[in-house]
Design a protein around this ligand. Sequence first.
Ligand code: GLC
Length: 734
Amino acid sequence: MRYNSLPWDRPGRYILVKDRETGFYHSLSWAPTLDRPYQRYECAHGQGYTRITTECQGLKGVLTYFVPRTATAEVWRVALTNTSAAPRTLEIYAFVELLMGNALNDLINQPNDKHFPEVAFDDEHLCLVASRRYWVLNRGVTVKQPNVDWPYRLYFTNSLPLTGFDGSLDAFIGRWRSEANPIAVTTGRMGGTEITAGDPIAALQSMVTLEPQATQEFVVVMALAPKTAGVPEFLQDRGHLVPWSDRQLQELTAYWDRYLRALVVTTPDRDVNRSLSIWNPYQAAVTFEMARNSGYYHGGLLFGTGLRDRFQDILGVLIAAPERVRPRLRDALRYQFADGSTLHNFFRLTGSGEKTNHSDTPLWIPFGVMAYLKETADLDFLQETVPFYDGGESTVGDRLRRALDYSLGQLGPNGLPRIHKGDWNDTLDYIGPEGHGETVWGACFLAYILRETFPLWAWLQEEATLQRYQTAYTQLQQAVNERCWDGEWYLRAFRDDGSAVGSHRDRQGQLFLNAQSWAILAGIAPPARAQQAIAACRERLLTPYGMQIVAPAYREVEPNTGLISRCVPGKKENGAVFNHASSWFVLAALTAGETELAWEVYRRMLPANSAQDRDRYEVEPYVFAEYVTSPEHPTQGQASHSWLTGTAVWMLRIGVDGFLGLQPELDGLRLAPRLPAAWPEVAVQRRFRGKTLQVQIRGSGPVSAFTVNGERVAGNLLRVTDFVDEVLTVTVGP
Ligand code: GLC
């Protein structure tokens, strides 16, 4: 599979069906035979599968693609129906181009890379078997050639009887042709090619005869197994492949049904319900699994897994599967150094990565660990030992302190963290190359994280630590309020030479959203300033899709600010509606008591709303994208970088913890709903510490008492351990 093969959107996983009598053929997924007279095309995405239905020339195809939970395989399940009045004799072609090993290497060194694949037909198991004799594990370009085998075999078969195969792309497609008109399909003759070098594919031919209204069910399977393991068991019994695949699909959908039952939200708004109960948790689960490793935007190939992303992505699965988070945190902690600093990103296969010196990265450790502790109260975790990246080991609890102390050791001339290579905003990367530049957002973020840990030190009775961090918090608060207030909003940063970034005095890049949101989230902004900053954001940054990350966008390059100014105005960090940052503003507005504004922004950001003009929006309208182009660019409303964005977990948690007000704390669940006026009443089912909570919330405002299974409880803290029942019915409000 090649990345970025736009606008072709090729190659793909194709099933071509050809009528033997007329020679007419078409694809069951539309592409690549786009010009055929299709009467119907429908593509439905569900949790874990995609189903494409087509009707063309008297044939109806229902093609379901999925990856089973428990088998390392990709399944293409097909039901093909003859809707015409005459019997049909059909040739079926299943085709996929193979990339085994290293996608980056394939892109930059394909002529050399093609000396190592091999594809052969296995007569005994009736499948194509493909592999490689050489695996480039390292990224980038180097003359060093690793001496490593790709340790897998790929198996490709169709449950139908096979009448031909090809392993060579050249042979199957033929000269001057493409996937839309392969020579093998046009002539009906497969080459029977097996290759030991060249461009590997797996293509299989089968024959089917269908009476009118008859349906043929079949399944194409592409499986992967270690070379040491041999042919996977499920491929050894071809007669049962169809029922096997049906069972796999059932298990897959049952898995997601179970997973999604952990959180069921019922508000008067259908889009919110669908988002918070289905698509948002699903997207969050995908970001947890994939990090930024796939998709054609975020180069997992280039950058691997980002540590800051890693510690945020856990927020999504904490509600449904907290047990999956602990090992994930342990693993990520391995990339911390003994001095508290961290790699910025890592590659899972090699364990290598880069130390880029982004100022915020170490702080996401306490952020993630605190989120886990608040969900689970699993304080034993703090005693576990984890190795440092540079040798030695220490406990998880100690890791939190090291990350905080490292960051506190990086304060610059104004008492704010030095920005070094950037902060959360990767494109503010040339503000402090000499090591003096400072980040205002970073100061707020550090203060926020410090404050997040206060309850932990109090709980552990570590008085000295608590006091030290409280003092540091107060100093940051003073520094930000004394040196970083621009008159109507907070500045964003200071350069090496001490000049400010994000001031009304600048011609561009005047108002940065994140500095305002986090001054509020950290409790740094006094109420009057919070209101002023929010008003400035509302006036200058609110768009139909959410909040713009900065305005006015940079039109001239500022080498001493960074890549942000090289991006076109209105896109990416240069003034797009950067959803991740926009979500933080929603939380800040909620925190400042601006519930209606928060709701308005949240509502606009929901894919159902921001993607209303689908053709403009361009990407999947059911998940959050990293950004939506703002009115500062002619393509406003166009979105990019869908799926793999921190927006997913934040929108989920802002929905549940923010608006619905179910906030995990070390000693229980704090009930602090902030419902917009449009929601007089809501119901939530949420799993928490092994129990199922069924919460009814009526009205908004501070909670002074609530009921649990009919019993009145004073205050607003639900201590689940006080109750023996598995299911707790909680009522909040009159
Ligand atoms: C991308 C990166 C993320 C970064 C953000 C803002 O989404 O994955 O780590 O914080 O851009 O620059």
